[in-house]
Ligand binder design. Sequence first.
Ligand code: NDP
Ligand code: 2IT
Length: 445
Amino acid sequence: MHPQVERTLEEVRRRNPGEPEFQQAVVEVLSSISLAVERDPSLADHSLLERLVEPERQILFRVPWVDDSGTVQVNRGYRVEFNSALGPYKGGLRFHQSVNRNIIKFLGFEQIFKNALTGQSIGGGKGGSDFDPHGKSDWEVMNFCQAFMTELARHIGDKTDVPAGDVGVGEREIGFLFGQYRRLKNRWETGVITGKGLDWGGSQARREATGYGVVFFARDMLRNRGDDLEGRVVTVSGSGNVAIYAIEKALQFGAKPVTFSDSSGWVYDPEGVDIELLKEIKEKRRGRASDYVAERPSAKFHAEGRPWSVPCDIALPCATQNELNEEDAKQLARNGCVIVAEGANMPSTPEAIHIFADAGILFAPGKAANAGGVAVSSLEMEQNAARARWTFGEVEGQLAVIMSNIHRSCLETAEEYGKPGDYVVGANIRAFLRVSDAMHAQGVF
Ligand code: NDP
Ligand code: 2IT
């Protein structure tokens, strides 16, 4: 590794103790960037790497709210505004009991490079709370969202920082958050948040964008080796926004998605997932994975293990970070899997990624494969700024083009740096060059 990169990594470890996921994300990106810095050491001039790994601003706040029993609950709110060299900070909000500064920093760091890959004018940021929406009533979720936005509102804006959804934050939460923002500001500023409902400033195809984008990307990977999705068996983890629409698009392309999961376990449906039933259970009833098998005789629920033991051609991890480990990767390789494309952020452990490389499994990192969500968020911002409304077909068409561009630029950059077919190196270097050019051009800050 280039000595300057090595020093930056040591500093990151020293200054961010007890933040394993953040360190993991930085190691992965800097390992690739090292190749670029070896070729052109001026990229690292003016402490650029040291600035890149340090968020521009980190906001931490108290979120007090009243639950249905009248008890005051206290959660923590976070917004990490990581890098604004390419545009306003952009990235989702995650509500999950596991959220802490480490998790939000890892997600915010990844977001910088993902957003750069889209080619759009968006910087990187992420936020959230350790609030757990499971089992909460709509009133409790609303009370929490209003309290969260009461503080967040002073930090965001359509030209400053534009949040969206992530784990635990879907259209319901975005509605409560936007409503409170509007109430506080007395302004119809739709561009302040994305993932809105279609009647109040949302974009067609935003809900579908991340999952559809992952499958567009996987299809491009297959086509690049003269193959296609038709008839391919796909394993998917998660059963939230990303997983559902990855399954839907895989079905539309004639593939056969056979698994999904949630935090209670996973389902194997060898006949192919019934997408309407899954949507009914997850989107309408807010039910559990096991509810599916009660209505689908072909399916089996497993409380233990993970979907990666099921033989497949393509694996799409779409739940959470580090959900696919070395053993899972070996199992996928033994079963003849040819492609892993990440719908979630950093779902594969570093050890798993090594196995993919050794086994010749093509691997697309989340910052490339799941960029469709934020890309359509950016299209939502464009529509809001222009007071325009595009059709589903127009937005989906643009999404497909953006995903193809990302796919191509990853491959071109990997080739240029002597790592043909290495999507990790391609994505990291391509994104870094865009961000570092903008940072150098705009001077030291
Ligand atoms: P959702 O909240 O809609 O769904 C998350 C799914 O993953 C649920 O099935 C959930 O199960 C499961 N899950 C979450 N955390 C865990 C955990 N710790 N262990 C086991 N299962 C878990 O979130 P999304 O679908 O939006 O997000 C999924 C992933 O995709 C995340 O990594 C997110 O950062 C990433 N992503 C999301 C984008 C978006 O536009 N929404 C864009 C790009 C990436 P349960 O309900 O039981 O908790
Ligand atoms: O991880 C992600 O890219 C997201 N959660 C979506 C971010 C966004 O601003 O749409």
